[in-house]
Design a protein around this ligand. Structure first.
Ligand code: BJW
Length: 253
């Protein structure tokens, strides 16, 4: 089925010198990775976020939090990028300056061929010492869960950003700069609830960018954007790419 992509968006993207794209869990849903807030299948359908994605939760029950992330790390390792990830990697080859900003920690954009991805919420592929806040390369197999820091013996945690923690300053700065100076801003597969990532769309809009949401359904941010394209990102993003660069056969994802 051909998705209806507004022609103004197509023309603006094709002519853009600079674009920024913010992705969320929905972009990886078609790779089989659960989103967070789906009432039935989401990662938080059974538990509250504050039981799993805060430093307090880790202090209270480090084994539970470590094992939840170990399970997600295994899921991400088995997953493969889907047509939405590939479409964004292709788009970056056509727009002179495209900044890909993700809230995801699964590494699927990089595996689809995107480079210089700004990871606002960290990465499942790294761990850091909970005590010293330093990324470590690995750990000895002592059987501890969570494993221990090889330097100080403190518990290891995933290098992701939990609620109440600051985002990596350089990543946030680069994302903000990209939102402020882009011609087009696309928000893909995110509910747009979690700050400060959620504010990037409004920032881009205020600075005069053309803005579009790609989501399965309308969200609280739909009214902020110039366009709201409803449908699975694995269909709608390849459709946008085909519409903007129809002459290019390799854009036919
Ligand atoms: C599809 C699809 C398909 C499905 N195709 N679409 C200002 C006001 C109020 C509160 C705050 C504020 N500033 C800061 C805060 C506090 C807090 C916050 O935002 N709270 C809100 C809940 C209100 N923010 C923070 O604490 C941040 N830190 C910070 O700001 O530091 C300074 C500070 C601290 C304290 C106070 C004030 C300032 C840190 C936020 C860290 C978020 N971390 C997590 C976990 C990361 C690690 C992990 O992965 O476990 O990040 S929480 C979780 O939410 C994860 C996600 O990246 C993030 C966003 O979720 P996302 O991607 O939007 O997923 P879903 O599931 O919600 O939505 C999926 C969407 O996809 C849906 O819409 C579907 O329809 C759609 N979809 N399939 C297209 N096929």
């Amino acid at each position: 089925m051909t998705e209806a992509i507004p022609s103004f968006l197509v023309k603006t993207l094709r002519a853009a010198r600079s674009a920024a794209v913010l992705t969320g869990a929905g972009v990886s849903a078609e790779s089989g990775l659960p989103t967070f807030r789906d009432a039935m299948t989401g990662l938080w359908a059974q538990r509250r976020p504050e039981d799993l994605a805060t430093a307090e939760a880790f202090r209270r029950d480090p084994r539970l939090v470590w094992e939840w992330y170990a399970w997600r790390r295994a899921l991400a390792a088995q997953a493969v990028p889907n047509p939405a990830h590939f479409a964004l990697a292709e788009m970056a080859r056509r727009v002179p300056r495209l900044t890909l900003i993700t809230q995801n920690v699964d590494g699927l954009h990089q595996r689809a061929g995107s480079w210089d991805v700004i990871e606002l919420h960290g990465s499942l592929s790294r761990v850091k010492c909970f005590r010293e806040d330093v990324v470590v390369e690995g750990w000895g197999e002592t059987g501890d869960v969570p494993p221990r820091c090889p330097r100080c013996g403190g518990p290891l945690r995933p290098d992701v950003v939990w609620f109440g923690e600051s985002l990596p300053p350089q990543a946030l700065e680069q994302a903000t700069e990209a939102a402020e100076h882009c011609d087009v801003f696309l928000s893909v597969g995110t509910l747009g609830l979690v700050e400060p990532a959620a504010s990037l769309l409004g920032l881009a809009a205020r600075r005069g960018a053309t803005t579009a949401l790609f989501n399965l359904e309308s969200t609280g941010q739909s009214s902020l954007a110039d366009f709201s394209i409803t449908g699975p990102a694995g269909r709608t993003l390849p459709a946008l790419l085909r519409a903007a660069w129809p002459e290019d056969g390799s854009a036919r994802g």
